[in-house]
Each structure stands twice: as structure tokens, then as C-alpha cells.
Design a protein around this ligand. Sequence first.
Ligand code: HPA
Ligand code: ZN
Length: 325
Amino acid sequence: GMLADFVEELPKVELHLHIEGTLEPELLIALAQRNGVDIPYKTIEAARAAYQFEDLQSFLNVYYLGASVLREERDFYELTLAYMSRCKAQQIRHTELFFDPQTHLANGVALAAVMGGINAALRDAERDWHISSALILCIERDRDPQPAVALLERACALGGIAGIGLDSAELGNPPEKFQEVFKVAKSMGLHRVAHAGEEGPPAYIWQALDVLDVERIDHGVRCLEDPALVRRLVDDRIPLTVCPFSNVALKVFSRLSEHNLGRLLKAGLLATIHSDDPAYFGGYLSENIIETLSDLDLTAEDALLLERNAVEAAFCTDQRKQSLL
Ligand code: HPA
Ligand code: ZN
């Protein structure tokens, strides 16, 4: 339809994307074979059939299993270049990618292999397709916070890190556990974001703001439960990187037509739409935007507002932002 055409052609910005979550079943099966990693699915169809989730944890189990096939620098290069070529096809001009180094280190993969592969693909996509990017190192909140500072320092020494994030199992793992590494990140001049208020309560969003000093909240959809928090987010123009397909797949909302994105926008919040883990949740950025607008009776004008919000929320220079508008 006309709305779909408009969104597909619109220059777009992705701000909430886990690179490991772009591992499509085809590449998953191919890498499992190439690297001799034993995974429970033997076919592409069996892998897809396993992508049925009850909540965040049941997804994370499948996501970390998938990530275990990534072993060599070229695996990370191929994964990232495949995602960047999706960006090219979807008119995504700027993308900010999360990665989960602690998972790869636990699998015995060197940090230099992970970052070497990702950074090389990002450089090639910038050179060949003029897609700008930023790489955000995610700390996994269901692991011990203690080694995080040394990891961050090692990653920054390798180059290409624009910011720090906080992901993985939210409930029971409040942001305040990670105060130290976020403080170090700020002192190093890094950007700061955190997943909060996806499954966790508004108190976790407050902590992300007040204890971690984050510049954006990833998800944040539960903020509407707390009017004082909404005022804070509106007054400080804190972006919320909302991922509608993810929220439905993980049963944060029962269906897309029940999503609160329309209410977030009406409240004056700086909400944006992103794809989170598109290989697992059924679609990339264009599909997320088109289906969400359509199911919530939103318009092309709302699509424009969402993309202007995403440009404002992006971690790039003002000059680059001007060229994205
Ligand atoms: N939430 C938290 N952690 C994650 C996600 C998510 O949606 N995707 C990958 N790691
Ligand atoms: Zn996420």
C-alpha cells in the first residue's frame, strides 16, 4: 500500500539492534557446520520452528544458543556485512549496533576476533554504501558485574567503541548493579544506554537515568505506569528505542494492535521504532514500522515524526544528522 511504499523509501535510522539477533537460520546452520558446533536444529525449518517464545528468558536461551556458532573473525564479518546489506536494501542510512562480547568470550572466542570482524564490515559498508554506524558494547546484566570494567577497557583499546549498553535478563538484575562500569564509561567519553522497562518496572528506568546516567532508554515501554517518570522523560527529551515485533514475540503486549506506541507518542515522549533481533522476531526495520503504524491506525506523518525522533536520538555528529533529515 501507499504507507508501506512511503516507509520503504523513507531514509531510516536504526538505534536498537543486536548484531547477534540478525543471525538468520541459513547462516546459523552454515556456520554450525563450518565450525563443527553441535546445535539442536539440523535444518533451517527446524531452527525457524524453534523461534516461539514465552518471555525474555525463553528467547535469550535460543539467542545465546544461536550465538554459539560464531567462532572466527570471518563469521563476525559475514554476519555484520549481511546485516549491513539489509540496511542498504531498507534505506537505513545510519545504524547503531549492540554486541554481546561476554557471550563470545565465554565461548572461547577472542575479543579481537569479534571486534575485528564487526569493525571491518562496518568500515566496508560505510565505504561502499555510505551507511554510517556506531558500535555499542553491551554488558550482560545476568553476569557478575565485577569483570565489566576490564572488559570495557580492553574493547576500547581495540577501537571502534562508541558507547556502552546493558542487556540480557532484566528482572532481578537492576541497573544499579552496574554503576561502576557506567561511571568508567562516562569518564572515557562513551555514550550510555540501557535496556529498562521492557519486562522490568519503572524503578529500573529511574535507576538507569539516575544511577547509570544513560542518554537513551532501550524499550522503556513500562514507563506509562509512572506519571512522574513520564514527566522526567518528556522534560529531558530522553529517547525510548521501542521494538514492537520484539515486544509481541516476548509477550510484553499480546498483539501489535495492543502496543502502547501511540500512547507514548501522545504523551510527548521521544519514541522511535527499531528491530531488536530481527532474525528471531519476524522482521527488519521497515516491517516493524509499517505493521505497527498500520495496526495502530497511525499515518505517514507519524512515520516522519518517528524518523525525526531517531535522528535526534542518534549518536552521530550534528553534520551527519543534518544529512539524515
Ligand atoms: N532484551 C534484553 N536483552 C537482549 C535482547 C532484548 O530484547 N535482545 C538481545 N539481548
Ligand atoms: Zn534489545
